[in-house]
Design a protein around this ligand. Sequence first.
Ligand code: GCB
Length: 615
Amino acid sequence: MDPEPKAISTPSTGDCLYPQANRFRDVRDLGGMWRLKIDWDDQGLSEAWHSQPLSGEILHAPVPAAYNDLFADAKIRDHVGAVYYETELQIPATWKSQSIHLRFDAAAHHATVWLDGKELGKHKGGFLPFAIDLGAHVSAGRAYRLTVRCDNRLDWTCLPAGEHWEEPHPSDPSRTRRRQEIHFDFINDTGLTRPVRLLALPERRITSVSICPRRKSVSLWTVEYSINSNSDPCVTSVRILDPDEKEVIPIESGRNFLALESPRLWKPGDGQVYTLEVALQDELGSTLDTYRQTFGFRTVETLSDSFLINGQEFYFRGFGKHEESATRGRCLDLPMLTKDFSLLKWIGANSIRTSHYPYSEEFMQMADRAGLVVIDEAPAVGFNQFDGTPVYHPDKANEKTLAHHLDVMGDLLARDSHHPSVVMWSVANEAATEQEAARPYFKSVIEGTRQLDPSRPITIVEDRAPSQSLVADMVDVVSINRYFGWYQYCADLDLAEVKLEEDMREWHERFDKPVIMAEYGADTIHGFHSVTEDLFTEEFQIATVSRYHAVFDRLPHVIGEHIWNFADFATKPGIKRIWGNRKGVFTRERHPKSVAHVLRERWSQTPQKIDAHNK
Ligand code: GCB
């Protein structure tokens, strides 16, 4: 009898550490061209496509990438349903005494994994990693057929939320077609969007490492850590390496903690990254496994009108982003990641929000090293209904949604808590926070998140009016999205500026918390110019952001400006979208619009309110 498939592990259940190769661990990247079959008629499961090699209409698609925009075929791009990926999995002959795992950094949005037709597990959610212990399913030196089904159908229990249904085909009612409504402004990119890796791990191994650095006095810090292993009794030893990889000798050490004098602080723009090197030993003192987890020393606090990093007032300058570009879509794209970090530096941005989902682990590692401050957002987007119909309702966002939201927060925090770049968690973007049931829903999410990580502030990004929000009093920082001058008071920047100032004052008066402008901007077509600041021109984009900046500079409780968006990006079609959302400061190809130079000039100077405060 075949053993039962082992449960998939996620970061919060352990054994999902970021892959590392060392003396005890090995990694084989399964990136490359995989076979892809679109399940047009939703027959893959009933016909058990996984039970034999995929046949029929086979495409070839790169992994990692979203598949949607790879082919000259709108039907593929807009397909609602499942696709099947297939590749050969060769287990190295040298991996004989190792425990073999398969790790997916992300698979959007529902994944089922089979090996030679045997189901290994399922995972829900498109932006966080999961791993499968291949256990007795594989032997070193053998090859297997790996099949992965990715389904992009979203419902109200998913993050992000959506709705899908079947309807008669308009041109042939004897046929049905599948439709999907997504309540968010980006395309529903799908597939194996981040790396898939085969891991060889020692049988007795480290399964998770969490680290909590705490400042005890001006120069004294403790590093509390907790290490889990699958090996009992577990004996671990740790070493700390400084950013130059030199061992630091603690002034004191105890069970699960070390004390350090004057470590180099992680600061915005100066990403000093330390490493906790963990070794697991057996009863006789022989090393069984090692793992290196990075972390940093910095503090974060909020006051009623400011955000402090290392006790210094910090003003957020930067963007809401998307992790996407043409052709490959929303996925890990190392060249584009490198370019984006270079442009963020060029323009003088000190921070970003991972709108509207957790970004790749490589992005987070780059942010740590670059000293880029990150607001880390859950994929909870689409929990709004602009016509006021109830969102938190047994048929919509219900207790299943809440349970999934809590799981996702757990997995996100387990994956990202060690990153010093993460200074705040965002639990959702633009939810219907005026609805009564939003309060208990977000109370659970916010309190659950706070319990897991009391060290970081929490926000929710709001688009409602200050008088409407039933949630803002529960978070530490008020984050708001405003499009005055664009969707509201369109083209009337005089009125927009007055209304904006009133609105931003009211948020502070009501909630007595710092306010960050998490989105503002105007759609702008690169190359459109006018002397009269007309809509869609580069001049109008400059005029819009300049009016907002005048307001921010007048209000001491405004702690930051994140322009929407870093770059133009693809969206579902709509009359408000000219081949996607054009609010980018850069085009989708990353060419600067004129506003980029204006921002670069503004962001090269320390804001006066910060200068005065930090002196
Ligand atoms: C928003 C959303 C963002 C949209 C943006 C827009 O408020 O948070 O996802 O892309 O507005 O441009 O409409």
